[in-house]
Design a protein around this ligand. Structure first.
Ligand code: IPE
Ligand code: MG
Length: 224
């Protein structure tokens, strides 16, 4: 969800104004998923690198996450959305972590759209944390190092219950991965759009998904 800051700047407003506008975009995009045949949507809300922003912006974003959960919980529940969070919760405010957990619990019976929100998430950090858990299993004698393969490691990732992404969309004209689902995106298709996230509509979303559908995916094989 990139481009909130620039969107605000273009209007002569503080960055948080852009983040608020960005948060309001999420509902339309989530609601567009069923018609587009999308059952899993992951949105990148805050990265492990975003702590480097000013204290005002970080605190503003954390407040925004709490407000978002408070405001959207009922609508998400009613619309059949199951919410999950990925990322390291240890550095987050316990109150926010409690709200995240509660939202996961109350929506756990839903299955129409699986929305995953990445907060304090970084692909490298996730692999490092997964490796730590895996090493603990080895140290405890519950796992033989000889049995460790890619699937074993994937089992320890935050995303262990989620399918790998088919398509990764980055808004705002940046053409970088920026630590997003590094492991999981091995065979993902990428789409980049110049549209800033607060301007990103269901129509933009549908157009990009349409481009994706036209691509041929080979997964390293040769298709005749
Ligand atoms: C939102 O956009 C991403 C978040 C960390 C919430 P940015 O804040 O990165 O916006 P730009 O890139 O400065 O325009
Ligand atoms: Mg940015």
């Amino acid at each position: 969800m990139d481009g909130n800051g620039r969107w605000a700047q273009m209007r002569g407003r503080p960055r948080l104004f852009g983040h608020q506008a960005g948060a309001r975009r999420v509902r339309e995009i989530v609601e567009a998923c069923p018609d587009l045949g999308i059952r899993y949507l992951t949105i990148f809300a805050f990265s492990t690198e975003n702590w480097r922003r000013t204290q005002v912006e970080v605190a503003g974003l954390m407040t925004l996450f709490r407000r978002y959960i408070q405001k959207e919980a009922t609508a998400l529940l009613d619309k059949g959305v199951r919410v999950r969070f990925i990322g390291d919760r240890d550095r987050l405010d316990p109150k926010l972590v409690g709200m995240m957990h509660a939202l996961e619990e109350i929506t756990s019976g839903n299955d129409l759209v699986n929305l995953t929100v990445a907060i304090n998430y970084g692909g490298r950090d996730e692999v490092a944390r997964a490796t730590k858990r895996l090493a603990r299993e080895v140290a405890a004698g519950r796992l033989d190092p000889e049995d460790v393969d890619a699937e074993t490691l994937a089992h320890f990732l935050d995303t262990c219950l989620l399918p790998d992404p088919d398509l990764v969309i980055r808004t705002s004209g940046e053409a970088r991965i920026s630590n997003f689902l590094l492991w999981q995106s091995a065979y993902a298709e990428y789409e980049f759009t110049p549209v800033l996230w607060p301007d990103f509509t269901a129509a933009h979303f549908a157009e990009i998904v349409g481009n994706y559908s036209a691509r041929e995916r080979r997964y390293g094989a040769v298709l005749s």
